[in-house]
Design a protein around this ligand. Structure first.
Ligand SMILES: Cc1cc2nc3c(=O)[nH]c(=O)nc-3n(C[C@H](O)[C@H](O)[C@H](O)COP(=O)(O)OP(=O)(O)OC[C@H]3O[C@@H](n4cnc5c(N)ncnc54)[C@H](O)[C@@H]3O)c2cc1C
Length: 255
């Protein structure tokens, strides 16, 4: 008996009503430029009529729709933090980290001039505009875009010290240099079995104390944030002075 090869799945095309609803709830954009920063980061510039006129505050996220052409899904969305957004020209930039494999990481790695996409947002994730100084900003590779978005606040990087836990210090340095974060940054290399966490905790606590910080912004990997939050609370930092937003957690998809 012969079996018919169904061939590759045909891309789903939304009907007219669904297209209209998608247009109302999402923004269409196109990749205008991609710059490799270090080995694993891509600075992706997105532009499109659909991006014009949006309200954006530094710290907001956008979600890229990686699949799902119908309203009822299943959709795959991944969150990224614009480091800049110009509503007048309909242009935004994200710094995406290629961590390995996943729809988001794969999209960032493959993004090229002309790649089209749909976005949801910008929407609130955390507000950098309100962040008092002196401040300590903790994060990892997924947080560099947020850190760079501080440039779009009235005080810029002024009064902010950064501590990042990273897989590759060399790669992270390329980002730090590209975005002029310079001496304000301390990089802590991840170690097997999370042996670096003691050093990381010390770095964050020392920086908080020595700068007499009044705000802690904790972003990046969920378990690291939990540990640092506990440590800061244990030395008397009030919870209201801490902002936590987890960007990813081991084993979880599309946090
Ligand atoms: C509000 C918000 C803002 C964000 N902003 C940015 C940003 O500006 N730039 C950026 O690069 N990322 C950012 N992220 C993180 C990004 O959305 C996640 O890393 C996301 O999981 C990547 O999707 P994926 O499809 O590649 O992997 P997923 O399918 O989501 O996950 C697959 C596997 O990879 C693991 N994984 C996910 N992320 C990482 C990582 N960073 N390192 C190691 N393993 C990982 C997961 O634990 C999971 O096991 C943000 C997340 C949030 C919630």
């Amino acid at each position: 008996m012969s079996s018919t090869n169904p061939g590759p799945p045909r891309p789903q095309r939304p009907g007219r009503l669904v297209s209209l609803l998608l247009d109302l709830s999402t923004r269409e954009a196109e990749v205008r430029h991609v710059e490799a920063v270090g080995e694993h980061f891509r600075l992706v510039t997105l532009a499109g009529e659909g991006l014009r006129g949006a309200a954006w505050t530094p710290g907001d996220m956008v979600q890229i729709i990686l699949s799902g052409a119908t309203l009822f899904g299943p959709w795959e969305l991944r969150s990224y933090t614009p480091l800049a957004y110009e509503p007048d020209t309909g242009t935004t930039q994200i710094l995406g980290y290629i961590h390995g494999h996943g729809p988001g990481s794969d999209w960032i790695a493959a993004a090229n001039v002309g790649t089209r996409c749909r976005l949801v947002g910008p929407r609130y994730a955390l507000s950098l505009r309100k962040a008092e100084r002196p401040a300590v900003f903790f994060g990892d590779e997924t947080s560099f875009s947020t850190a760079v978005a501080l440039r779009e606040t009235p005080s810029g990087y002024r009064g902010v010290r950064f501590v990042f836990e990273v897989d590759s210090v060399e790669d992270a340095r390329a980002v730090v240099e590209r975005f002029g974060m310079g001496d304000a940054v301390e990089l802590v290399a991840r170690e097997e079995g999370d042996r670096h966490l003691d050093e990381l905790e010390r770095a964050v606590l020392d920086t908080y104390r020595s700068t007499e910080a009044t705000r802690g912004i904790l972003t990046g990997k969920a378990p690291s944030i939990q540990r640092l939050y506990k440590a800061l609370r244990a030395v008397g930092v009030p919870g209201r002075r801490l902002t936590n937003v987890a960007y990813w957690a081991p084993g979880k998809k599309g946090l």
